[in-house]
Design a protein around this ligand. Structure first.
Ligand code: SF4
Length: 463
């Protein structure tokens, strides 16, 4: 399964790519399978079991709601965000669900979505089992579907068919013009062909779409990232959930809009980067429109760094933005193939760390960095997030997630600048850092991997 960079930049909804976007796509996929097997009209009842991390933090991440919306036939990129609350309200009141917009089935969310945080699936903790029953309460179809991060889904049946192994399943080698498995291979091809990472990725993307379509999609992503920031800067109030976290971005934005004296405080620029990161991350936490980059929890980092490029880098233009996204996407593919972009699998280093690494590489590329400097930027961007745990308080993508986006955006810019000031030579390669991230993630205890059983998630109770 070769993956496109556009799989790293998926339009969706908040608050989580693995716990909201993936489960919604999984629900939709399950009803599509019922359709294909002519079972939809026989289906009278559905039960869904959420396992592992999906169960541990599913309530805070709206996983149950996402599954219901998917079963109704909705998808994260097209659903109207404003209508979600009424859809869920309707199911809760009537105990009926409009399966794939086709027929009503009985569905009581309390009983029919079952949470099993104690079950750790050996393949991936984010597992969902769907069961469809007929009117005699006989099971007519079942499927296990995983949500391994970034909004990707994988059905167990496909995994078995493809004789699954992690490295062969995400095969970047198939079909594309310039196949590569890791940074070493990517850079070797760039040197041989005398092309940039962005040019190479562009050529590979032609496997799936025309040059015009690629450019159009890149421009749409950049535009939507800007819109998400704008929306977060103007939205007021408190984020959903028990924590009652107040949105910070709008107030900070108003303060910054009045503060223009950069001579007295040259670090005002950092405040701006922070506010863009906060704004996008708060939109995600509010369940608004989001672009995974590479995940929802980390979806404020790349937009904030891109906004910095637009507003503060001399000569910033559309081509630079495209180079940014193509290069950042290439780095994301390397993490996805060789490690993980799932907080439930490797901790927050796989989300915020990867986003920082992607953003650092993208920013360096947009300013004409060599491939060695780009690798260096990406490597610095991750190196100082190694070991970062995932410990969302009350299972909500708010604390510490929102602030982490702002911090990582500033760090990405620093990493990019450090790399651009050098000649590209560096001691640790990006591939070594990616491998280290994976090993560190495997060593990390489950309580630090999107379960809300460790770290900050429990410290507020103990203090
Ligand atoms: S702590 Fe990091 S990985 Fe965990 S939910 Fe928050 S942003 Fe995602």
């Amino acid at each position: 399964m070769p993956i496109s960079i556009f799989d790293m930049f998926r339009v969706g909804i908040g608050p989580s790519s693995s716990h909201t976007v993936g489960p919604m796509r999984a629900g939709k996929r399950f009803v599509e399978e019922l359709h294909q097997q002519n079972l939809l009209m026989n289906c009278d009842h559905i039960v869904v079991q959420l396992k592992g991390s999906l169960a541990a933090t599913g309530k805070g991440h709206a996983t149950d709601q996402a599954v219901m919306l998917g079963l109704m036939g909705h998808l994260p990129d097209t659903i109207e965000v404003a209508s979600i609350a009424s859809f869920i309200d309707q199911i809760q009141k009537t105990k009926q669900l409009l399966l794939d917009q086709t027929k009503f089935i009985s569905f009581d969310p309390e009983a029919d979505i079952q949470f099993h945080p104690e079950v750790q699936d050996p393949y991936h903790t984010n597992a969902m089992e769907f069961y469809a029953f007929n009117d005699k309460n006989e099971m007519i179809f079942t499927e296990k579907i995983y949500s391994p991060g970034g909004g990707f889904i994988e059905a167990e049946s496909e995994i078995h068919q493809s004789n699954y192994s992690k490295s062969s399943h995400l095969d970047l080698n198939k079909n594309v013009k310039y196949p590569f498995k890791n940074t070493k291979e990517l850079l070797e091809i760039c040197r041989q062909e005398k092309m940039s990472i962005a040019e190479l990725i562009f050529q590979n993307e032609l496997t799936w779409r025309s040059a015009e379509e690629i450019e159009e999609k890149l421009d749409q992503i950049a535009h939507l990232m800007h819109e998400i920031i704008e929306s977060g800067l103007s939205a007021q109030g408190v984020l959903p959930g028990d924590l009652k976290v107040k949105r910070r971005a709008p107030t900070l934005y108003q303060t910054l809009s009045k503060a223009t004296n950069f001579n007295k405080d040259p670090l005002l620029i950092m405040d701006w980067i922070n506010v863009w990161g906060l704004a996008a991350a708060e939109e995600n936490a509010a369940g608004g429109r989001v672009i995974t980059a590479p995940t929802n929890g980390a979806s404020g980092v790349i937009p904030a760094v891109l906004e910095y490029y637009r507003q503060y880098v001399e000569g910033a233009d559309v081509k630079g933005i495209q180079n940014f996204l193509l290069t950042a996407g290439a780095i994301g593919l390397i993490y996805k193939r060789n490690a993980s972009i799932s907080g439930a699998e490797v901790g927050c280093q796989g989300e915020i760390g990867v986003a920082c690494s992607m953003a650092a590489a993208g920013l360096a590329a947009s300013q004409g960095a060599t491939v060695e400097q780009i690798e260096n930027a990406a490597e610095i961007g991750m190196e100082h997030f190694l070991g970062l745990t995932c410990d969302p308080v009350k299972g909500q993508v708010q604390i510490p997630c929102i602030e982490r986006n702002a911090i990582a955006a500033v760090k990405a810019i620093n990493a990019s600048r450090m790399a651009l000031r050098g000649d590209g030579s560096h001691f640790i390669s990006l591939d070594q850092v990616v491998r280290t991230m994976l090993i560190t993630g495997k060593d990390m205890q489950t309580k630090y991997k999107e379960t809300s059983l460790g770290g900050l998630a429990v410290s507020i109770v103990e203090c």
